[in-house]
Write a protein that binds this ligand. Sequence first.
Ligand SMILES: Nc1nc2c(ncn2[C@@H]2O[C@H](COP(=O)(O)OP(=O)(O)OP(=O)(O)O)[C@@H](O)[C@H]2O)c(=O)[nH]1
Ligand SMILES: [Mg+2]
Length: 267
Amino acid sequence: MAFVNYATKNLAIKVVYYGPGLSGKTTNLRFIYYKLDASYRGEFICLETETERTFFFDLLPIKAGLIGEFKVHFQLMTVPGQAFYEASRKSVLKGADGIVFVADSQIPLLDANLENFDGLRRNCLEHNIDLNQIPLVFQYNKRDLNYLIPVETFNNLLNPRRLPFVEAAAINGVGVFETLREISKLTVPVVREKILGEKRREIKKAEFVEELPEEIAERRERAREDVEFISPAQASPFQVTKIKMKSQKEIETELDKISKEFGTKGK
Ligand SMILES: Nc1nc2c(ncn2[C@@H]2O[C@H](COP(=O)(O)OP(=O)(O)OP(=O)(O)O)[C@@H](O)[C@H]2O)c(=O)[nH]1
Ligand SMILES: [Mg+2]
């Protein structure tokens, strides 16, 4: 459930990037960080082992317009894919509003994808999240490589309901923003319904405070539920804030705190 601060009129939508180890979850967040102007995103927070793989989670807060009078913040989080971090994966899922399942398209990794997805189902159950209800988008990543699992196979095995799926090469930024847009299209209406349920009839569409280039405004006109993410031509320098934690309890407290701070400056 999105976190809402009624006093400051901020709301945070939590999107978890889930998937097997090395499928490219952190790469997605890094690309978004690079492309977004600093005023639209907060610090990239992450915990890494000495081998550079995600230890507990990565978090990137970004700002994205308004729902009614509420300022929308997306908290993008990744889970560590390595098998033995099951407890961390479970903590990060708590309170998720949407899930992006980042699958690795390489043929030898088919089982790893399926096992990880089963784990997702189990962990969701423990948080009373119904995987058939929560907004879910599939990203079939690493399409730049050879010997790939066909999209149809992925869809048959992981996505029989034919939820939105995106073919991506996150390392080159291909499909990264498309995935983010798909998950925002699914989460925003649900959050709007939950938060502004009774006001829904008054608020016919999301309003946006930012000045936008014409083509973005046009696209927005076509897809009203679509929250837009501004991508300037200039990449921002990459900075990671690392937080060290000792226990699972500490991680959970920190996760709670971070998601209530919104993490982005300005308006
Ligand atoms: N060829 C190719 N490599 C990719 C792509 N996306 C990510 N990678 C590479 O895959 C490796 C793992 O990427 P990460 O983003 O760290 O993977 P992760 O899912 O966060 O991994 P964990 O945190 O361990 O679960 C890195 O070397 C990336 O550069 C892609 O689209 N194509
Ligand atoms: Mg990672």
